[in-house]
Design a protein around this ligand. Sequence first.
Ligand code: TYD
Ligand code: MG
Length: 452
Amino acid sequence: MAASKTKTTWFCSTCGNESSKWMGRCPACGEWNTMVEAPKQSPVATRTSNGPSGRKAQHLRDIDFSAEARVSLGIEEINRILGGGMVPGSLVLIGGEPGIGKSTLSLQIPLNCPGLKTLYVSGEESNRQVKMRAQRLGGDDSDCFIYCETQVENIIEEAVSLAPDLVIVDSVQTMSTSAVESTPGSVSQIKEVTAMLLRYAKESGVPVILIGHITKDGYIAGPKILEHIVDVVLQFEGENRGSYRILRSIKNRFGSTSELAVFEMTGSGLREVSNPSELLIPMHEQGLSGTAIAAMLDGTRPFLFEVQALVSSAVYGTAQRSATGFDTRRLNMLLAVLEKRAGFHLSAKDVFLNMAGGLKVNDPACDLAVICAVLSSNFDFAIPSDVCFAGEVGLSGEIRPVSQSDRRIAEAARLGFKKMFISSFTKLETKTEGIEVVNVADVPELVKSLFK
Ligand code: TYD
Ligand code: MG
């Protein structure tokens, strides 16, 4: 397919923004010197459906649903975040920084699932390298075919003749198609390759897992374009130094988003951590100030983890505020609430906040644990280790109810917590045995009942 060279367009290689002319700075993401030229042409994927397709509109009740059984991937945690296995014909994008474990995770899928005939396409490693990794991961009695190729036309041809149950493509940035005249990894290549794989998945009904590298600022390269083409986006994150990895669903057409699974990187691959609370709550027994346990909910699963704070007198003029895994602006807001509504003078103090296990938290229910950890460190007063918290803190210092409090309480009770602080405005449906629920309406009341 020869592309007409007369028309070209410009893409930002960071965010995928399209422009008719070159610009030094991308107006969409603000990055400098990222515009690359790509031939303008109608993508192959959209060119196919000219003329009648032979399909007709079908009544909802006549659509056969029973055939849509999901494909189980052998790793329970992945099945769970996908919403119960992979939907036939779906395209799942797994994104993450280099070295986080995307290739390891995706190779473990066929290895853990013996009956699953898989075509594993590697554009980055040789057959022998993949074999070496498979051996390390402890299994080659799987039904897995390794294909080292970067031309997407060849990959689809091979997939059609092999007729596997699952195709894994590692990674989208190394793949290219002759339909587009730009280098592999460029925005137009990524877009086209993804569109072709999507079309293969939809036509054959074979689910496809596509791996994508994320650029330094957290974008899946050629990012927004891919996110809306694919059915599911899973993001693999975690600190490279630490051994815990978190797989998070950020888009899912067939299940809930913001589901989360925790894995541990071991010498023989990734191990599922089916009960993350056990690893995210402290090892120490009693008596450490500056920590508080939050009962958070990610997607559909409640779990508990430790919030750590360190408050100390500012050495330099202006106080430092830093938060890992928590929004710094929200921390500043919570500190302002403590100052204004409860009379704690923290403006001259340095405040450092850390979420255990390299977790990134965005559940507002963690607010309560954050302020308790800060106060605990400030007064050097240890919160008993069998106490936990779930509540959002409002600007006037009120403590607001959070979603699914019953489930959070039940999880806390299961893990042996004896006391949980929640908002007085919470409407509980059931009473959980073995845990005392303390209702607090605002920050002063919380302080009174916790630090009395
Ligand atoms: P990899 O899966 O290649 O990451 P990605 O495909 O996301 O770039 O490897 C991730 C890291 O994990 C690598 O630094 C080596 C390490 N690792 C282990 O610790 N144990 C193992 O069994 C394997 C296979 C890799
Ligand atoms: Mg890799």
